[in-house]
Design a protein around this ligand. Sequence first.
Ligand code: BYC
Length: 479
Amino acid sequence: MARVDYAERIPNNVSLADNRRLLRALEEWQPRYLDWWREMGPDGFQAKDVYLRTAISVDAQGWAHFDWVKMPEYRWGIFLAEPEASRTIAFGEHKGTPVWPDVPGEHRGTLRRLIVTQGDTEPASVEQQRHLGQTTPSLYDLRNLFQVNVEEGRHLWAMVYLLHAHFGRDGREEAESLLQRRSGDSDKPRILGAFNERTPDWLAFFMFSFFTDRDGKYQLAALAESGFDPLSRTCRFMLTEEAHHMFVGEAGISRVVQKTCELMREHKTDDVRRHGGIDLATLQRYLNFHFSVSLDLFGSEISTNAANFYTAGLKGRFEETKKTDDHVLKDATYSVTRPQGEGIAVVQEPALTALNERLRDDYVADCQRGVDRWNTVIKRHGIDAELKLPHRGFHRAIGNFSELRVSPDGRIVSQAEWEARTREWLPTPDDYVYVASLMKPVVEPGKFAGWIAPPARGINGQPIEFEYVKLVGPEGSRG
Ligand code: BYC
């Protein structure tokens, strides 16, 4: 079961060949997916060989195979983690009963909505990143971008499989719509806010991979607890791939911080812009932006949707099975931060409706660990400065704080103060122009743009100067 069947047009470990109807439906979707990939996937480079990893099994060890692949020929497939024998639902009103191999009728609409929302983010991120290849800081980074992109494409396949296999005609229609919406398009936008923002440059890309992909980790982990077993197994395998995306973000920012610190030391100044670096203040503003829009992705602090998902056994908590409470939460409370009077207070709320906030807390703690590691780099250079996560109420569009103006240090501020100081807190047009001015492609193997340090090591044991993307085609053409 763990081996993936590569003889099929659609590689899979779900015995697609035994279900001719489903196979035909997915084979009809496949060319439309490829049309979308060609139209909205990476701009250029489609005919180039890229050193990519492909899933060849779902075993935790040795699931990936590295080889040269042209992106449109990537073997996008359907991989579910191994079923867990006699798995039972771990939470909610069905706690202790066997997981569902198929969708229970009464939860059909809700599950479809969750799967579509998850699925929609995957192509959205590819669309957001499609122009970045043109300004890559190195071949190593170019390859990482494309790895992330093909895997987001595979995650779309993962959700489309569930829609086709379990939701009949509605599912097929939703699968089509996933190829029709477009990030940032005012007529047919992607579903969630952050996926309609621009990813204008590589600093934004690294921030997105650190902060927004990490929302993916927490949402997938919560869905991996689902009583709907195919969703759980799909998400478990997606999480394996997701880890690399967050690595790209964390290591990317870490390398920018490293370079910034080297320039600060070398030139004895904070103003590294004069030396082609990205100053810490600009990094902080980008961080503030990406963290705050990613916090919105968890939904409102108080959410009956979240309570209903949980009680019905559809979406659990992060590491649900490791928690030692009753897993029903009817009588429990949870601390929630909210505006109160003139200030901000932490109050107790029913734990069930506070589940979005709880997942957000797990996420914030994880983000903080990454920021701490970046700060270690700054400290190592003997520099007295710190990057900080802004207050959770800062720059929010969803939930308790969406109607207020909150400073990064957690004060409710007037509109006038907000307007006067927002340029200290969020990236300014000038920041974007400056960062854009640094985005000159560097494509010589082993060379890196001047605003980012090389990585500690290459991919899959290859040297850093490895030719991760072969830009010179047979006809000698580039780009
Ligand atoms: N933007 O009760 P509420 C990833 C809507 S990222 C726009 O507050 P709920 C990835 C909400 O839909 C992970 N709308 O929240 C990362 C609802 O609408 P309806 C993606 C929003 O429902 C990088 C209404 O507001 N996965 O994988 O408890 C690269 C009230 O909702 C937003 C998932 O999201 C927003 N930010 O939770 C690639 C998991 N927030 O129903 C990939 C599946 C809320 O009243 N989705 N709304 O019309 C979910 O679990 C939930 O839909 C949410 C919202 C957590 C998003």
